[in-house]
Design a protein around this ligand. Structure first.
Ligand code: G3I
Length: 365
């Protein structure tokens, strides 16, 4: 190639340089950036116990990114709403299995453990059940029929169920005054477990409640109940500690003591609804935007809670940790309390938060 002028030589050199930048330097930078990205990990692959999420039908069928994250990070599912009495048993003589069946099929197809939630609760019950006009014998039949029909339908697909949810009142160490208690007497809880076992002998049966880690009176009554169930031969296999906690409450010491006390029952222990929020429920929100400092604080808190569970609960009692919906985008707190919060491990754009890394660090400590 002949270059007649200095200008032609300069032009040629510029073209070569640009080609070099476009085809060598830029791809190399791209490659090296890719190679320093964290490798795609799976919480469930790091953990030696199951890692769960509550699953809502509102996103399971519509948000494919959520579903792929669910499949890659988790191996256990709790039905967020579709197995609750109001949804599954809307009329006395009609069950609505549609969504629960879909969820059970999804779990079978993709190999998730399915945890049923919940047979007996005072909330999300159909009106007909709450207002049922019959004597106590007729109401007992309604109670038994609901438990046995639902648990036996899914006895092959669900490994476990929350048989009774939130039966203890807040801050007074007494049974919650619910229509179940009023109409069936306090032994209704024991009978619920017996009915469940009768209909589905292989399914693990749990009592599930919130604030067991912060309300010492509630904790005391739950432990007393387990003790008396043992003495009476009531079939209970596990305790669900919901753990809707905050970054600053309760103390780690109280959480660790709670794990120790429940571990001493010898039952399976499921952290069944974990989320770690910032604002107090039903109070004027102190936190209005999510800052990097808050993200770091939450990361540390996830790490502390997960590692405490990992260390304190004996391996054969670790039923797993379930996050109550793993992305802030779909978490229950914002719509339920109509206040801002950022309680879980993926953000509104479905990216991992520092909390995700805190959770995964805790699994190896
Ligand atoms: O399905 C209706 C929809 O048709 C309607 O348009 C919409 C309007 O508000 O409401 C929808 O129902 C909501 C339902 O969630 C499904 O999204 C209810 O209003 C809402 O109250 C319900 O909230 C659920 C809450 O339990 C009810 O107490 C949350 O999703 C669910 O995450 C939450 O879960 C509970 C556990 O079961 C027990 N432990 C506490 C935990 C958090 O509250």
């Amino acid at each position: 190639m002949n270059f007649n002028t200095q200008l032609q030589r300069k032009l040629f050199a510029t073209v070569i340089l640009n080609v070099f930048i476009a085809f060598v330097i830029i791809p190399f930078i791209g490659y090296s950036q890719q190679s320093i990205k964290p490798k795609p990990g799976r919480l469930a692959a790091i953990a030696h116990f199951p890692i769960g999420s509550a699953v809502g039908m509102r996103w399971l069928e519509r948000d494919s990114v959520m579903v792929s994250l669910l499949k890659s990070d988790f191996n256990s599912i709790t039905a967020e709403n579709c197995m609750k009495p109001a949804l599954i048993h809307p009329e006395q003589n009609r069950f609505n299995w549609t969504d629960a069946d879909k969820l059970a099929e999804f779990c079978e197809k993709y190999n998730f453990r399915l945890h049923g939630h919940t047979l007996i609760w005072h909330s999300q019950v159909p009106e007909w059940m709450e207002k049922f006009q019959g004597d106590s014998t007729a109401f007992e039949a309604v109670f038994k029929d609901h438990i046995q029909t639902v648990i036996s339908r899914y006895k092959e697909q669900t490994k476990s169920w929350d048989v009774v949810n939130e039966a203890i009142a807040d801050n007074n160490g007494k049974w919650r005054k619910t229509f179940w208690l009023e109409r069936l007497g306090k032994d209704y809880i024991a009978r619920a477990f017996r009915y469940a076992r009768e209909a589905a002998p292989a399914v693990k049966l749990f009592y599930n409640d919130y604030s067991l880690e912060s309300d010492s009176l509630k904790r005391k009554l739950a432990l007393k109940m387990v003790d008396s169930f043992r003495k009476q031969g009531v079939p209970i296999d596990g305790i669900g500690l919901q753990m809707h906690i905050r970054v600053d409450h309760p103390s780690l010491k109280e959480i660790e003591e709670t794990f120790t006390k429940f571990a001493q029952t010898g039952l399976l222990i499921h952290i069944s609804e974990l989320d770690i929020s910032f604002n107090e429920f039903k109070k004027e929100p102190r936190f209005k935007a999510f800052t990097p400092e808050m993200a770091d604080r939450q990361k540390q808190r996830y790490e502390d809670v997960v590692s405490a569970y990992n260390r304190i609960i004996p391996k054969n009692q670790q039923y797993g940790i379930t996050i109550w919906g793993f992305a802030d985008k779909y978490n229950w707190i914002r719509p339920f309390f109509k206040q801002p919060d950022w309680p879980v491990v993926y953000d509104d754009s479905l990216q991992r938060k520092p909390a995700w890394y805190g959770f995964s660090n805790g699994l190896t400590k």
